[in-house]
Design a protein around this ligand. Sequence first.
Ligand code: ADP
Length: 508
Amino acid sequence: MTNVDPDPVHFLLVDDLEGNLLSLEGLLRREGLVLLKASSGTEALELLLKHEVALAILDVQMPGMDGFELAELMRGSERTRRVPIIFLTAGSADRQRRFRGYEAGAVDFLHKPIEPDILRSKADVFYELFLQRRQIARQRDALELADRRKDEFLAVLAHELRNPLTPIRYGLDMMRMSPDQAPPEDMQAMMDRQLTHLVRLIDDLMDVSRISRGKIDLRKAHISLQAALQSAIEASRPFIESRRHALSLDIPEDPLWLDADATRISQVISNLLNNAAKYTPEGGRIGLCVNRTGNQVFISISDNGIGIPEEMLPRIFDLFTQVEKRGERSRGGLGIGLALARQLVELHQGTLEASSAGNGQGSTFVVQLPLAANAATPTPEPLRRAHDQAPLRILVVDDNVSSAETTGRILSMVGHEITLAHNGPDALRLAGESAPDVIMLDIGMPDMSGYEVCRELRRDPAFKDTVFIAQTGWGQERDRLKTQEAGFDHHLTKPVNFHELAELLAKV
Ligand code: ADP
């Protein structure tokens, strides 16, 4: 037996003698095969109406309608005309009768008493043939559906890409008309927003393509869920506020640790928050609530928006599926966000489910993720000793003393020489004294910010080869730009992923 298809294959056995039917059944029985038994031609026709049959084994001599007559009727009907038939004849069928059999479309004749092996091997051929045909038919259906979806998707994609291009085009035209004058600020802000939107669409498309090719790399680390949520909320807040929604948060204070890719987890949550904001009429309510049960954490994002009809609930996670592409519910988008979110969650051995009481009743999305087996605070274990690397002199600057000390301790564990400073002026002095290879700077410090320290040191040629790494709670593009302008080489978002830090240091 080769394939086992979950849907059984049906054979039809027709013989007026119960004993013959039972022995045929005994001969042919196998997993995945249903044997339909009929003791007359009429009964056989009834069964043929109800089932798709892969092979009919017909006794020729039966009272009333005989096997040949039944075969002729089968050939006369579109539904059954292609069903292969094996006739069972007692004695040698004479030429005349055989001819009738072929005319009716017979495939084969077997003589009674039947040789079990011959019957079984012929039946096997039809069984496999039917499975193959069914598989081809299914593949054809799936291809047709995929093709239809692709066409729809291309139409939506063209529409979605064109929308943000219009304001950018206008902005350019304005600049051409009055080259000495920059476009007004609101116009610039709009161009900026639209460009960011375009980039996000393209990022999502790339992610989907990477996932479907199995090429996505999760950068897993021991992370705190709260930190990932914070960056998701930060990313979505401007959109939520622009739609005047109230966002309520219910997040436990005790840290919950995950072995996960922080960026991807916040991407998923931010996507769900954006959807909640997008599919809720302005001035709505959005809630984010975190619950822990055993070694699982449940993050639910709910809104009081337009809701999702029950029949669409299982489908919204399919690629390119939108409840309504055009029309009043449509809010733009490509219909890939939820597919991407679910796949990212599944790559973390979690689940993503949706529920809604229907149109106008709001929606709730629940992300379930396994907590890290080691629920303790992150261990420096991910950091490997920097074997091949000469120890670096690293100056760690953070006004939060314990944060500076932990960073320092981990870095000295892998063999680097660490100096600590807790404010800007000390940092300037200690930098001069210890001539560090690397300076890790916290940005938000009282009196003198990390930006100022960096700018000041950069002015001194003694630090021209020093590597400056910013450590901040802000990871948005504009924050990265700011640190770059101040003279930093790298920007790490807190809590720092030590893999990432080790990688950076390995390149120094
Ligand atoms: P997009 O938002 O780009 O259309 P998604 O994959 O993010 O694509 O969502 C798929 C569809 O699921 C949306 O088009 C929308 O119809 C429905 N949907 C998603 N989130 C919500 C929500 N919070 N409330 C109502 N409908 C939603």
